[in-house]
Design a protein around this ligand. Structure first.
Ligand code: G1P
Ligand code: ZN
Length: 542
């Protein structure tokens, strides 16, 4: 039986950089998840009889919302749901399933790298038929609908068995439980030279991959250990846990500290990597060297042709605005297009669909390509392994050689988390008011060349996205960028991105914060970070 239930709006269901993200108790309020899911369906047209993909990163509350989403999809007229066994699908795997089975779209349940558990974070994201995050046009419509919603529809049936593969029926809709790994692993086998990587492992190359008790565990076990033959035990923390073992499943130098220590030790393995809660981010550490995500993007782009899936070369590279300009130099050398987009993977979708860009990346540990429409943590790891297998050099040598060829972009991000929202907004407003007066002003040896609030003009759909971050460029190519996070769940997070280009190879050994010290001081002087936020240091430095 299908029931129509009366409800009232909550008013706070505005999707951010990647979907709606709130604390679990917020999602547990009566009709809260139902309102959002119905608002998604109400904002879409033409899905009658079509396929919807549903899956999540396995965090606390995943199964409950998956049950709701299936029952509501049936009541709203979808013809088929494909759901990962146990409710599991990594974000890139969900993107692949949507594309492979020509689904109408997908609902992905995750709060990415944020912690999970009864009082931690949860999230719901809608992806469109190309496999990528819904564009702003749709997320705006969803938000508008959440403010007016008065009923939702749900099938009044028992819970669906998510633990056995196979097909069941719910009110005339079929629900097929699929293995979450099979399709994804097959795609990776098409893109990469598994034989070459297998040989490298057989030759004693040592890898360690930390799945951080999150969704990539089953994927990494199957691909890295079973198919590529890395020794058992190469994949750590491979059981997805609802609370990620109490950790932040965020693959950075703070939350993946143990991996970093392992890789800096004298007996370190050759290659270390990690991924986040939902499997779209990556951390790459060679023996004795952390590769920044911005450098990793540039390196992967420069070497991608060594993998079978990219042997024909790249159409172009796209990076988010705050990501360093290292990739731009590679694009220039390859004679291909480079695109600068706002923060958030959804802005890459059109460029990938139109064949304008092949590889995309963000400074926030996201790299991916046209193989899906999400960033993809394991993909980045496998492309690195493929490159290492072909070049037969260490990560350290490859990175150093890259800097010698292209110059080094010293880069760091300073996050001020859980700052008072008014203080954060005040800081940004004051900066905006200053922008016009900045060019020509000098701060010590640094002179401002240009200053603006980044606006993106999408070359494909011609949409314009304004206020995407304040960027201050100095003569000589250094810059600082300020923006407020769109994914936080409490207070505001101010992100300050600092970058300096160093062409001189004899100056590539400076410690990053020291190399950027003058810019860090100027960022504070211009924005008044300390005085406005009351913080004398960032909460996280990456
Ligand atoms: C952050 C990252 C951004 C990424 C997003 C989703 O968003 O900065 O690059 O796309 O998470 O993983 P933010 O919190 O900065 O809005
Ligand atoms: Zn993520």
């Amino acid at each position: 039986m299908i029931t129509t239930v009366s409800t009232t709006p909550y008013g706070d269901q505005k999707p951010g950089t990647s979907g709606l993200r709130k604390k679990v108790p917020v999602f547990q309020q009566k009709n809260y998840a139902e309102n959002f899911i119905q608002s998604i369906f109400d904002s879409l047209e033409g899905f009658k009889g079509e396929t919807l993909v549903i899956g999540g990163d396995g965090r606390f509350y995943n199964r409950e919302v998956i049950q709701l989403a299936i029952k509501m999809a049936a009541a709203n007229g979808f013809g088929r749901v494909l759901v990962g066994r146990g409710g599991i699908l990594s974000t890139p795997a969900a993107s692949n399933v949507i594309r492979k089975y020509k689904a109408f779209g997908g609902i992905v349940l995750s709060a990415s790298h944020n912690p999970g558990g009864p009082t931690e974070d949860f999230g719901i994201k809608y992806n469109i038929g190309n496999g990528g995050p819904a564009p702003e046009k749709i997320t705006d419509a969803i938000f508008a609908r959440t403010k007016a919603i008065d009923t939702y529809r749900i099938a009044d049936v028992a819970n669906i068995n998510l633990d056995h593969e196979g097909t069941q029926e719910v009110e005339g809709m079929t629900v097929t439980v699929i293995d979450p790994v099979t399709d994804y692993a097959a795609l990776m086998e098409q893109l990469f030279d598994f034989d070459a990587i297998r040989k490298m492992f057989a030759g004693g190359f040592r890898v360690v991959f930390d799945a951080m008790s999150a969704v990539t565990g089953p994927y990494a076990k199957e691909i890295i250990e079973n198919r590529l033959g890395a020794p058992k035990g190469s994949v750590l923390n491979f059981m997805p846990l609802p609370d990620f073992g109490g950790h932040h499943p965020d693959p950075n130098l703070v939350h993946a500290r143990a991996l970093y220590e392992t890789m800096m030790a004298p007996d370190a393995p050759d290659f270390g990597a990690a991924s986040d809660g939902d499997g779209d981010r990556n951390l790459i550490i060679g023996k004795g060297i952390f590769v920044t995500p911005s450098d990793s993007l540039a390196l992967l782009a420069a070497n991608a042709h060594l993998a079978p899936g990219y042997a024909k070369g790249l159409a172009g590279i796209a990076r988010s605005m705050p990501t360093s300009g290292a990739a731009d130099r590679v694009a220039e050398k390859l004679g291909i297009g480079i695109y600068e987009t706002p923060t958030g993977w959804k802005f890459f979708g059109n460029l990938l669909d139109e064949g304008m860009a092949t590889i995309c990346g963000e400074e926030s540990a996201g790299t991916g390509s046209s193989h899906v429409r999400e960033k993809d943590g394991l993909w980045a790891v496998l492309l690195w392994l493929n490159i290492l297998a072909v070049r037969k050099k260490s990560v350290l040598d490859i990175v150093r050689q890259h800097w010698a060829t292209y110059g080094r972009n010293y880069y760091s991000r300073h996050d001020y988390e859980e700052v008072d929202s008014d203080a954060a907004n005040g800081l940004v407003t004051a900066l905006r008011e200053k922008l016009a007066a900045l060019p020509g002003q000098s701060f010590g040896a640094l002179t401002v060349a240009t200053a603006d609030d980044f606006a993106y003009h999408d070359p494909v759909d011609k949409s314009v996205s304004k206020n995407q971050g304040i960027r201050i460029l100095f003569e000589g190519g250094s810059r600082v960028v300020f923006r407020l996070s769109g994914t936080g769940t409490s207070g505001a997070t101010l992100r300050v991105y600092i970058e300096r280009y160093e062409p001189d190879a004899t100056r590539h050994d400076i410690e990053t914060q020291a190399a950027l010290a003058d810019l860090i001081a100027v960022a504070d002087e211009i924005a008044g970070i300390g005085t406005r936020t009351g913080r004398d240091a960032p909460s996280v430095i990456t």
